[in-house]
Design a protein around this ligand. Structure first.
Ligand SMILES: Nc1nc2c(ncn2[C@@H]2O[C@H](COP(=O)(O)OP(=O)(O)OP(=O)(O)O)[C@@H](O)[C@H]2O)c(=O)[nH]1
Length: 818
């Protein structure tokens, strides 16, 4: 072995050269200074000394540095390793008094050959294994021979374990370490070892101060808590819609627990993921004296925003024609008035012009234009009228002088009022002898329309739409009201407006009548209309003429959209086709999503509402019954139901259980399924739930008729509804003389309760309906039996129960109508 200088040795044992020189002095080995060479004898002595209890390295910093210095000087490293086996041998010789020296030995070894972390782990292991020192010594001897190679070390240790009873685990751990040096998981293992051998520790430590290995390890694993430096609070935070507690804490640079505590103090129990609303966020921020600002994000796909934030400059605004809607009760003369105005005014200025029905038209009176919305057909009337009021500047309320105020007159008034649209009352049919305009005026005062003649501010114009009398005066009044309203728009911006009508034309594709409300619409404009988009391919006006552009308040029919939009949809022109496409596609996607969510099928509960809204003209029914005769009788009775405004249409009938195909037919044609003495089978039930198809099950014909009739009249009793709570299958039957037939049954769905009604089904046909008599579990009467349990059932007044029958339990539940 090569000789070693004092300072080199000192470094090896983590001592200062002075300490080594002092120690040599005590051993009577003379050295002159730190550069002096140590002979083998002196070194062995030193080894003996420094590997003793007090020789653990003086500070961790040095320890930590070692691996790197070793790395820098590989030859030294090798030297050290060569030395170590001897250390081990010596220790063996030192016997029982050496405390945890073996651990040290290992520690150093670890330091010498492993990264910091693994080295930390090992000391603990060492401590853990102190129980049997003499045994420890052995493996180290072995180690001495083979230490150059780490994996060999590991094996040796394993061998050690095998030979030493409970150390085997340690040995394996070490092996693990050998293979995964520097890896944290390996660090974790030693702790186990430590824990398991706690009992040995005091003896092993020999009363020394707590082994550094332990402390070091702990420190590394759980770093001493740093003095908490609170982040400075931000001056201001921003949020969009809401923030979770965690997000708010993050924005404020505070611990979520602190925010939770504050919320708790404010009486709000919150968790870290809980969303906080604006108020809560403001409250917390006020507590920290931090300013809060809510971000407003503009959704470019929302067409309404283009209507709100107008780019118009005051100076650019010019007068625009008023848009007039004619409203009134059925048969009071709306169409006649519209026709009368169009016939007299449109053709006058445009000789030979063929008026085109595009849902709106423009006329000219005294050089000024007026746009009329020609609300189409009665079915679409309600929707258009509701929407129509939004695009309307003035409403002409037609009231027949011989009929007076009727329900739709009042509805029209309410729509106009809601939209804050001025009303001009046209008292029509003045030519009729029975005309009584005073009565109309009188009745309208009750609805807030007081005539000018009576001191109010509502203009009443007596007319005869049929004879064309009073029309000019009416139009003059329209211009007057329009002037007062100061209707303005800009011609120089990109057009925006509303769809009046739209349909699919065989030759031209999607055709939409648009009312330009602001700006100018031009051929070639990239446009988004509702959820559709495209480029204006061609435009024709109400006279059927091709036009290149259309200014404010002009109705035009356009082609070029990818789909057919809906009446009442908004349209906006965009700067380029790409944007229009993007926005249109995104809107179409959103609409589809929404549609999926609110798939509203006809149910008897909403039937009346749908009829009222003019959405339904026909009530489609599918009738299923137990026998064909009943089917026919039922169908005939249902066809006889007469309710104004709606026809009953039976689209399918059949004998037998309600099956899946009945449900898909019902779903496709928006029909209600009526089951008479029959039930839906499993698939049909599932499909009906998925599709939202209403199935009505009955046993008495007149009840079916009554229910449908009542629903059509809006009288469906809202109070109670039958709810099936469970099903049981008859597995076995027992005939008991005094009791009757007891059905040994198994509850397959929900539960059966003692007080529930029960139906007996055989092959999905109802064979009996009544009450439960007894419900037993083994010998005890029970109140209910849940799914998965067996029970004994008897049915009041019914003993013809057979294996395979199904009991359907139901209760009557009060339902709240939405
Ligand atoms: N005598 C007379 N009859 C009129 C007058 N105006 C309309 N009528 C008649 O009243 C009936 C109904 O007129 P419409 O114009 O269809 O009434 P409406 O309000 O459009 O009716 P709906 O489209 O069903 O809502 C028709 O037979 C018209 O000829 C009028 O000024 N005098």
């Amino acid at each position: 072995m090569t000789k070693i200088r004092v300072h080199e040795y000192a470094k090896q044992v983590n001592r200062t050269s002075k300490e080594v020189i002092d120690e040599l002095g005590k051993m009577n080995v003379k050295v002159s200074n730190h550069m002096s060479m140590l002979d083998k004898d002196a070194k062995d002595k030193l080894d003996k000394h420094f590997s003793k209890g007090g020789s653990t390295p003086p500070n961790t910093a040095k320890q930590g540095q070692k691996p790197s210095s070793n790395g820098a000087r590989p030859s030294q490293e090798r030297n050290k390793q060569d030395d170590r086996p001897r250390q081990g041998q010596q220790r063996q010789g030192q016997g029982g008094a050496q405390g945890n020296r073996s651990a040290q030995g290992q520690q150093r070894q670890g330091q010498g050959s492993q990264g910091n972390r693994s080295a930390q782990g090992q000391p603990r292991q060492g401590q853990g294994s102190q129980g049997n020192r003499s045994a420890q010594g052995q493996p180290r001897q072995g180690q001495g021979g083979a230490q150059g190679n780490r994996s060999t070390q590991g094996q040796q240790r394993q061998g050690q374990g095998g030979a030493q009873g409970n150390r085997s685990t340690q040995g394996q751990q070490r092996q693990g370490q050998g293979g995964t040096q520097g890896n944290r998981s390996a660090q974790g293992q030693p702790r186990q070892g430590q824990g398991a051998q706690g009992g040995n520790r005091p003896a092993g430590r020999g009363g020394r101060p707590p082994a550094r290995g332990i402390n070091q390890g702990r420190r590394r694993h759980r770093p001493a808590p740093m003095p908490k430096v609170e982040k400075p609070l931000p001056e201001k935070i921003t949020f969009y819609e809401s923030l979770s507690v965690g997000e708010l804490a993050n924005k404020l640079g505070r611990e979520p627990s602190e925010i939770i505590k504050k919320l708790f103090m404010l009486g709000v129990m919150a968790t870290i993921n809980q969303e906080l609303d604006k108020d809560a966020i403001e409250l917390i921020c006020a507590d920290y004296e931090v300013e809060v600002e809510e971000e407003i994000r503009i959704d470019v796909t929302d067409l309404e925003i283009y209507f709100e934030d107008s780019e118009e400059v005051e100076a650019e605004l010019t007068e625009r024609p008023p848009v007039v809607t004619i409203m009134g009760h059925v048969d009071h003369g709306k169409t006649t008035l519209l026709d009368s105005i169009r016939d007299t005014k449109v053709t006058q200025g445009e000789a030979g012009g063929i008026t085109q029905h595009i849902g709106a038209y423009q006329i000219e009176v005294e050089g000024k234009k007026i746009t009329f919305l020609d609300t189409p057909g009665h079915a679409a009337f309600t929707t258009m009228r509701a929407r129509g009021a939004k695009v309307t500047d003035i409403t002409i309320l037609v009231v027949a002088a011989d009929d007076g105020v009727m329900p739709q007159t009042i509805e029209a008034i309410n729509h106009a009022k809601a939209a804050e649209v001025p009303i001009i009352v046209a008292v029509n049919k003045m030519d009729k002898p029975s005309a009584n305009p005073d009565r109309v005026m009188q009745e309208l005062t009750e609805h807030g329309l007081l005539s000018e003649a009576w001191g109010g501010d509502t203009i009443f114009v007596p007319i005869s739409a049929l004879k064309g009398e009073g029309i000019d005066h009416l139009l003059e009044m329209v211009l007057l009201v329009s002037e007062v309203a100061e209707l303005k728009a800009s011609k120089n911006i990109r057009a925006k407006g509303t769809v009046i009508e739209a349909q699919l034309d065989r030759g031209r594709g999607s055709v939409a009548t648009l009312l330009v409300q602001d700006g100018t619409l031009r051929v070639g404009d990239p446009i988004v209309v509702g959820t559709t988009f495209g480029k204006v391919r061609a435009m024709i006006n109400d006279l059927g003429r091709r036009v290149k552009e259309a200014g404010p308040s002009t109705p035009v029919e356009i082609t070029g959209l990818n789909e057919v939009p809906q009446a009442g949809d908004r349209f906006v022109v965009f700067e380029d086709e790409k944007t229009a496409r993007q926005i249109g596609e995104s809107r179409a996607g959103d609409a589809l999503q929404e549609q999926r969510v609110e798939k509203t099928r006809v149910t008897l509960d909403n039937l009346f509402d749908q009829m009222k809204q003019g959405e339904m003209k026909e009530l489609n029914l599918i009738v299923k019954a137990d026998v064909q005769g009943t089917v026919e009788a039922m169908a005939a009775s249902l066809m006889k139901i007469e309710v104004e405004g709606v026809n009953v249409k039976i689209i399918h009938t059949g004998a037998g259980a309600i099956n899946e195909s009945d449900i898909s037919l019902a779903a496709a044609s928006n029909a209600i399924v009526i089951g008479f003495n029959v039930r839906p089978d499993v698939n049909a039930k599932r499909a009906a739930e998925e599709e939202g198809v209403d199935i009505r099950l009955h046993r008495v014909i007149y009840k079916v008729i009554e229910e449908i009739e009542f629903a059509m009249k809006g009288l469906l009793d809202p109070e109670f509804e039958e709810k099936v709570i469970g099903q049981a299958e008859v597995r076995e039957t027992f005939k008991v003389s005094k009791i009757g037939t007891i059905a040994g049954s198994y509850v397959t769905e929900g539960k059966l309760t003692r007080d529930a009604g029960v139906r007996v089904l055989r092959d999905n046909i109802v064979i009996f309906e009544g009450e439960l008599d007894t419900l037993k579990r083994f010998k005890d009467d029970v109140k209910e039996v849940s799914k998965g349990y067996e029970c004994g059932i008897t049915v009041k007044n019914f003993n013809d129960i057979k294996e395979g029958d199904i009991f359907e339990a139901f209760v009557m539940e009060e339902v709240k109508r939405s």
